[in-house]
Design a binder for this molecule. Sequence first.
Ligand code: BEZ
Ligand code: FE
Length: 304
Amino acid sequence: MQDLDRDSVTAEALAQIARTPDPRLREIMMAATRHLHEFAREVNLKPDEWLAGIAFLTAVGQACTPFRQEFILLSDVLGLSRLVNVMHDAEGREAAGTETSLLGPFFREKAPEFAPGESIAVHDTQGTEVVIFGQVTDSTGQPVPGAEIDVWQTNAEGLYDLQARDATVMDMRGRFRADDQGRFHLRTVKPIGYSIPMDGPVGQMVHRQNRHGMRPAHIHVLVAAPGYRDLVTALYFGDDPNIGSDTVFGVSQSLVIQEAMGLPDSPRPDLPGIRYDFCLSRQGSGNDSGRVGADPSRLMPAAE
Ligand code: BEZ
Ligand code: FE
């Protein structure tokens, strides 16, 4: 038996973890352990600091509910969600495919279905009404008929339905079906930029880091069709003052939009319009899901 010191403990831990039969789990756990040990050595981590870290992670877990995912939020504000998305995109997105963005913690499955042209602003109707329209195509420009377009956003006060009202009511979200030419159009009200939830441990951390905690105004979009990777993305309003400093690093130039009057082919020329065409990438082999995130209710431990 060997007395383990600040370096040999890493080798010993890795030797034990190396018994993990699943090769991918082994790879991930060994790398995570190596980097965690290196991190502790780099900052010369003290016991009280390590306990503060454990208390923080405990609080993050305790803040999670079927409607709130504090761990996704932590991953988002550390830039880890963006990093994982970018790497995933690089492997499975075709060159012409629309760029992805964060799913965020407010996605909900089974949002209400709407007919083309209807508005998702059913309960909270204040704000500037806009029409969003475009076409869903594949990377060769061929239409994707019948694609499902799921959109969700904050109301004109910067609140998601889960924050603005009780969780039984869905608002400012809905699912639309593209026509046989892949075309879609829907109405909504222009969202405003908003603060990520600051009333939990992640918000406290962001506050201590002297960051503003804001996201620029955006509309989330998930486009799905059989044979294609789910496209999880968001459209960001270019006139938002925080367009260049998103707290969760979700903005890409190609996703920046601005509403305007007089757009050619607008189905509602009386309203400010946004035209955006979504380009889907073909599904690769195996379990190549483009979905990068989850409804918070899916991440709760199974009831005993
Ligand atoms: C959102 O866009 O809804 C969001 C994304 C990441 C963290 C917080 C909110
Ligand atoms: Fe959002």
